[in-house]
Design a protein around this ligand. Structure first.
Ligand SMILES: Cc1ncc(COP(=O)(O)O)c(C=O)c1O
Length: 256
């Protein structure tokens, strides 16, 4: 029986799978410092572990969840989003809970991509940003990861020279693995351009809650007033819409 599956064959090598044997070899010879996986070297915060233990002991949690995520969680997310970013979201039609932003990205990719659709993805980037689309039969076109003054020119070139025209642009700031950050002016320009060209913006905000200033940085949606997308069968969303995907583990220094 063949184990040569065409979707898997299209995937580029997974960077960590490539690095692991190199690490194992290096470990035998000398001491080395790992700058790859951002894995915390300490235990998860005690109050979070305790809450998880308490929750898992409650038989009411031993049931299937609702497909969009439990209503209380989605309401809490909507009110956090409102407080933090000043954007009002409808918890029933604009929020969906997933088991991590990776899963959210993979599902969103298969929901919006038809075979041959072009998606613009930063290079280098976090693997699921391209893997999700490749697995869904899409074609990934690389974009610079650096949000500098050349970014808009590269975006315009990519849009004009791609056939068919790209359906979506992935953004990820603060970025992994480059740590680039983008300001509101950058987002304003990109949103304006994507609106004019009918392109989804898929924004991975995994690190939006990690900052070192006293004041929390504002989010693109604060100025663009752009709501998030729902992956469920709620009313169709007009394009383009930044679809922010948040990660709950990373802001609390936990491994995802
Ligand atoms: C940019 C980025 N997005 C998503 C994730 C994964 O998030 P989650 O654990 O919520 O799937 C990570 C984790 O390293 C990440 O760096």
């Amino acid at each position: 029986m063949s184990d040569d599956f065409h979707r898997i064959r299209r995937l580029p090598p997974y960077v960590f799978a490539h690095i692991d044997p190199i690490k194992a070899k290096a470990r035998r010879r000398r001491r080395y410092y790992r700058l790859g996986h951002g894995q915390s070297g300490y235990a998860d915060p005690q109050h979070i572990v305790e809450k998880l233990q308490e929750t898992v002991k409650d038989p009411r949690t031993h049931r299937y969840s609702t497909s969009r995520g439990i209503p209380g969680l989605r309401k809490a997310q909507a009110s956090y989003y409102g407080r933090r970013f000043g954007v009002k979201l409808n918890p029933d039609t604009q929020i969906v809970a997933t088991t991590g932003s990776k899963e959210g990205f993979a599902n969103m990719a298969s929901a919006i991509t038809a075979p041959g659709d072009v998606v613009l993805v930063p290079n280098p980037t976090y693997p699921i940003h391209s893997f999700g689309f490749i697995m869904s039969g899409g074609v990934v076109r690389s974009m610079p990861a650096d949000p500098n003054e050349d970014f808009m020119r590269s975006l315009d070139r990519a849009v004009r020279h791609s056939i068919p025209k790209p359906i979506a642009l992935v953004l990820n700031y603060p970025a992994n693995p480059t740590a680039y950050t983008a300001d509101l002016d950058f987002y304003t320009e990109v949103v304006k351009y994507c609106k004019a060209n009918d392109i989804f913006i898929l924004s991975d905000l995994a690190y939006s809650e990690i900052y070192f200033d006293e004041d929390a940085p504002r989010h693109p949606c604060c100025r663009c007033r752009a709501p998030s997308i729902s992956l469920s069968n709620s009313p169709p969303c007009p394009r383009p819409i930044p679809c922010p995907a948040g990660a709950w583990a990373l802001p609390w220094a936990m491994n995802g």
